[in-house]
Design a binder for this molecule. Sequence first.
Ligand code: AVJ
Length: 361
Amino acid sequence: MPLIRVDATKGRSEDEIRNVLDSEAHLSGFNEVSDAIQFLVSDAETFAAVQVDTRDSFAADVITGLSARHKQLPPKYFYDATGSRLFEEICRTDDYYVTRSETALLRNIAEELAAGIPQGAALVEFGSGESAKTRLLLDAAPQLSAYVPIDISADALDQASAMLARDYPQLSIAPVVADFTGHFRLPAAADGRPRVGFFPGSTIGNFDRDGAVRFLRSARQVLGDQAALLVGVDLVKDEATLSAAYDDSQGVTARFNKNLLIRINRELGGDFDPDAFDHLALWNPVHSRMEMHLVSRKDHIVNAAGHTFSFRSGERLHTENSHKFTIDSFAQLAARAGWSAANTWISDEPRVAMFRLEPHP
Ligand code: AVJ
């Protein structure tokens, strides 16, 4: 199991930071952190982030996923440096409406959202990426005193944090390199502050229903009882719009999907030929979700992570689900996790929604 730690590091030397991380790791029941630690953000005056090697779980997930009868891989592995860059490129295509619709919506409702953020609060963002949408909130809510971006991509987090530190000098920024689907603790910067969670981008759609409920429950725990959670979800719409969004005419999504194979080659000594697979995006009406697959173009054998996997011609490797909701279906899901929908905003077409969730009274 990967362990990822971060701490507020104002005025501490690199050695001191390392000591704090070591002892926190031991307190959490882990033995080894030292070798894999990487200092990501050099501005140690303000913050530092560390990452413990996640290769072991990547290898394990690849072996399990490619050995299954229905081959599959978790979408979180899309986001290496190249994958994060490709995702940002997807967001700029005409076909991928999710980011465009949500950004326009956030621009319209930023003041309203900000009005619900308490004085001195910490904004905790799950899967922050390049933090572009966050700026709309930060600009509208100067009463925020801390920002905790959580992301699995160290590179993306590193860049975004450095730029935010420059542009919002009064804000304490405490990045956490973590898989937010797993267990992690908030850094000291969030201690004793009211917390507002921010989970835009319809990333919650990547979970299956039970996974989404588990995530929302754990977010409720991490954020505490006085919290609010702002969640962006994509809404069910016509199939043509959905299909184009996940198979854009410039082929960026296809490259994003195949980059997973390139990452396996690089990090796990694989010999995938990305050209031996076709990108496939399809609408699954039963589960109300878009699916991405990589379809083998021929019978062939691939080596990766010290194992051999055979693909039949036409066999699919399932790489992502993106669930689409109605206002009601999402409110019901949130209710199962102890949240109630205090407010809902809907964008112009193609429509996405922003929810303000509050703990059940
Ligand atoms: C970042 C998970 C919200 O599911 O729409 C974009 C990722 N996949 N194009 C999504 C993605 C294909 C995206 N999320």
